[in-house]
Design a protein around this ligand. Structure first.
Ligand SMILES: Nc1ncnc2c1ncn2[C@@H]1O[C@H](COP(=O)(O)OP(=O)(O)OP(=O)(O)O)[C@@H](O)[C@H]1O
Length: 260
């Protein structure tokens, strides 16, 4: 029996109306299927519709045309059942709550009793045990992102959506966050969709990379990442990694050339 994809978009389009009467076709006929346990990166220049795709999957917006199924149900249904974990670029932690309270917040929002052992385990796994009682403002940007990812994982979601979670970090911190995310993900291969501008981040983390091009947002390329798992930082120094990074960078540049 053929298994249902974990995430499936069929002919999805989305148009935004602007205040001046113009409209923007943000997504044009996007179809994609993500397997259970697959890690997919959406790569593309600014404005190609990456966040719009993620917002549609997270039920934060609705498509103008086409259909979306996540774990075989409508996104809103999955979101209502708290089976979806989402982390954004700006961490979006509540500044007046401790890190532990921020990470346990999804339990409270879902009306479930807090599973303190689960919260403590995740805090430890993202390396924040010494900061459980600190406020977000006392942490570095990288630490706040780790807390945001722990919060996205706390209810053991079936699908994890990450919108440029490391976009605001410096290159060195970003690299170490990639290693940490890889370690965390390896322990439980949850279906993950990561939005990124960063070619190396996509290649290191993903099983498959979908390259989008803007105006209108369309899928330009799909690339299978051949590196076997478990992966470590040494793959980033291989010729094959550099070759693929070059190829992907050229694919991104193609989208720009066509707009010029
Ligand atoms: N709420 C909105 N109202 C009007 N236009 C929007 C809205 N949201 C997105 N857009 C437009 O839709 C297009 C796609 O935007 P989106 O944010 O999905 O792109 P992106 O690839 O995530 O960009 P970035 O990498 O800069 O975050 C852009 O042209 C954007 O200006």
């Amino acid at each position: 029996m053929q298994r249902v994809p974990a995430i499936e978009l069929s002919h999805v389009s989305k148009t935004f109306q602007l205040n001046d009467g113009r409209s923007i076709l943000a997504l044009d006929d996007i179809s994609l299927a993500i397997r259970e346990g697959e890690f997919v990166a959406l790569l593309g220049p600014s404005g190609c519709g990456k966040s719009t795709i993620l917002r549609l999957i997270a039920a934060l917006d609705t498509p103008g045309a086409g259909q979306i199924r996540v774990e075989g149900v409508a996104p809103a249904e999955l979101s209502r059942a708290h089976r979806l974990g989402v982390a954004f670029q700006d961490a979006a932690l509540l500044p007046w709550l401790s890190i532990a309270a921020n990470i346990s917040l999804p339990f409270r929002l879902a009306g479930h009793p807090v599973d303190q052992a689960r919260v403590d385990d995740l805090i430890r796994r993202v390396g924040l045990a010494d900061f459980a009682h600190a406020r977000p403002g006392q942490l570095s940007g990288g630490m706040r992102q780790r807390a945001a990812i722990a919060r996205a994982l706390v209810l053991s979601p079936e699908v994890l959506l990450l919108d440029e979670p490391f976009g605001a970090l410096d290159a060195v911190t970003r690299r170490s966050m990639n290693l940490e995310l890889m370690r965390l993900w390896s322990t439980q291969q949850i279906t993950t969709l990561l939005i990124t501008h960063d070619v190396a981040e996509a290649l290191f983390l993903a099983d498959r990379i979908i390259v989008l091009r803007p105006r209108p947002g369309r899928i330009a390329h799909e690339v299978d990442v051949p590196f076997p798992r478990p992966r470590d930082a040494t793959i980033m120094r291989t010729e094959q990694f550099h070759f693929m990074a070059d190829t992907l960078t050229n694919m991104l540049a193609d989208g720009f050339d066509e707009q010029a």
